[in-house]
Design a protein around this ligand. Structure first.
Ligand code: NAP
Length: 523
């Protein structure tokens, strides 16, 4: 059994008490223990601020880009090891583990390329200079400078590698050191990924720290030059964003929280069309990938009333073929839920949805897994419900069941009704719309566009290229309004912006152009 360590103050720290056990979600056997008791959180922050920050800021953006490329390559060398660890720690199938690990490797490389393209600068200019006075002598220029504190990253259990890498890539490229706290239940995978990077010696001292276990008083010590980027449930987000020191110092806090994402079938889509097939394929994937433990998973399926029976029949058939069990068995294509708590929450969640919808597939109970001893493991089969009256429903739009669970909802086929139902979710990460009717799509965008961070359009012309609505790409923003946290990550250079302070510099044009040039270019 492994004892996970933290990496702070330039060295590994292993606690000796207060361990939380980590269990293999298939066998329920103890695989690791985690604790951060006794860790010097204040020292960890100071070390990162005083060593990591200056070292990263000394590098040009292109050099930081090279660094990200090298880290991505290093992780690639250990890809198989990380995939195997995901199976033991999270019960992920090989496909699901690759989604997380390859996603992290790809995102680091993406930001690496971007850094290289931005060139030999240490900070960033924001837009063109502006004449402010009677003559062009009195001048203004916005400059973006890296914050001089630490970026603290708190991640959810479902993406132990991608969640760490996508946040770290942006912070390191901006020139900020990071302290990452993975979710305890899947910290084994993150710990090993960070260890690989630390052992490679690629990063400057203090640029990357890791806390496995509780954050102690770390967050209470954050100030104006620090950043807190959190991914997890809305309930935890609410607790963290209200911390007095964060409010007092106006510390930047970015929240990626939960979301009841909707897939909407347009009224024009017939059952013999390619868009219909893509819709079914996407919904099935977005319900079952990572056993539905994805913030971008589909939770609500909106279908025009007259097509509801046909969609239900097709989905029940597809989902009924999913083989749930131990990913070590070759026939299995959906693994267990990650922890006993996730299983309990999912069972309770389906019972809650049951007050406003009926199960048409699955009965809301634990199942045995293929290739696994009976009675062991946190297995839960794909579960589809059907709502009777989504307009008056409350729980269906508010309760995120973090498992392979979604609810079919009829709507009247108008963009207005679809937008109204999607909006009841209070803000989503992504909404997918399947239609070739441009008027319907445009009407939806005007009425419901602002309730989601991303709108994924499935139509005939792109049917062969669609990756699935759950894929967050580094080129595009990831985040959503309202309940989804109001956060914004990724989006190319936009993701780096979280770690930069915009300064409006005004004065003599000659001086400004010279200092802006020297701070932004070194050659
Ligand atoms: P969670 O229970 O809210 O935990 C998230 C993270 O916060 C974990 O690292 C957890 O650590 C930490 N945490 C909890 N309480 C804390 C506190 N008082 N101080 C400091 N850290 C604290 O969420 P989860 O169960 O891991 O993840 C599932 C949720 O995340 C779902 O609701 C999902 O929708 C959401 N999610 C959102 C996104 C997105 O991008 N929007 C992505 C993935 C997941 P411990 O594990 O040690 O408790």
């Amino acid at each position: 059994m492994k004892t996970l360590r933290s990496y702070v103050n330039g060295g590994w720290y292993q606690a000796t008490a207060d361990f939380v056990p980590l269990l293999d979600p298939c066998s329920e056997e103890l695989v690791a223990q985690v604790s951060s008791t006794g860790l010097d959180f204040g020292g960890a922050l100071e070390y990162a601020r005083e060593r990591g920050g200056p070292a990263l800021r000394e590098m040009t953006v292109a050099e930081r880009g090279d660094l990200l490329m090298a880290i991505s390559k290093k992780l690639q060398e250990h890809r198989d090891e990380l995939i195997a660890l995901s199976l033991t720690n999270a019960g992920a199938t090989r496909k699901d583990a690759k989604f997380d690990i390859d996603g992290g490797i790809f995102t680091l490389a993406h930001y690496g390329h971007m850094g290289r393209d931005l060139g030999t600068r240490r900070s960033f200019l924001d837009g063109e200079g502006i004449q402010l006075g009677r003559t062009a002598r009195f001048w203004g220029q916005h400059v973006l400078l890296p914050l001089t504190g630490v970026a603290v990253h708190i991640n959810a259990f479902n993406f132990p590698v991608w969640g760490w890498a996508e946040k770290a890539a942006c912070a390191w490229l901006a020139g900020m050191p990071t302290i990452t706290k993975p979710a305890t239940s899947t910290a084994m995978v993150t710990e090993r990924a960070v260890e690989i990077v630390i052992e490679s010696g690629l990063l400057p001292d203090g640029a990357a720290s890791l806390i496995c276990g509780s954050t102690g008083d770390l967050l209470d010590r954050l100030g104006a030059q620090d950043v807190l980027a959190f991914t997890g449930s809305a309930a935890t987000a609410l607790q963290l964003r209200g911390k007095p020191n964060l409010l007092e110092s106006s510390t930047r806090v970015n929240i990626e929280a939960d979301s009841l994402n909707a897939a909407v079938l347009g009224p024009d889509v017939s059952s013999d069309s390619e868009v219909w097939s893509v819709f079914l394929r996407d919904v099935e994937r977005e319900m079952t990938q990572k056993t539905g433990q994805k913030c971008t998973a589909v939770r609500r399926i909106l279908v025009p009333q007259e097509k509801l029976d046909a969609v239900q029949e097709a989905l029940v058939e597809r989902l009924g073929q999913v083989v749930v069990g131990n990913p070590a068995d070759g026939s299995v294509n959906m693994g267990p839920l990650a922890t006993a708590r996730q299983l309990k929450d999912t069972i309770e969640g389906v019972a809650k949805l049951g007050g406003e919808a009926q199960c048409v597939l699955g009965d809301g109970r634990r199942v045995d897994g293929v290739g696994n001893p009976a009675g062991k493991g946190y297995f839960f089969a794909p579960t589809l419900l059907r709502a009777t009256d989504p307009d008056t429903a409350k729980v269906l739009h508010e309760c995120e069941v973090f498992g392979p669970v979604a609810t079919l909802m009829p709507y009247d086929g108008s963009a207005a009704h679809a937008a109204s139902l999607v909006g009841k979710g209070g803000g989503s990460l992504v909404t997918s719309l399947y239609s070739d009717d441009r008027e319907f799509v445009s009407d939806y965008l005007a009425r419901g566009g602002t309730t989601s961070g991303r709108l994924y359009l499935g139509s005939e012309k792109v049917a062969g290229q669609l990756p699935g609505s759950g894929v967050a790409m580094p080129q595009l923003l990831h985040g959503g309004p309202g309940r989804a946290g109001g956060g914004m990550e990724l989006g190319g250079e936009r993701g780096v912006g979280l770690y930069l302070q915009r300064v409006a510099v005004t004065g003599d044009r000659g001086m400004i152009e010279q200092i802006a040039e020297s701070s932004s270019r070194t050659e």
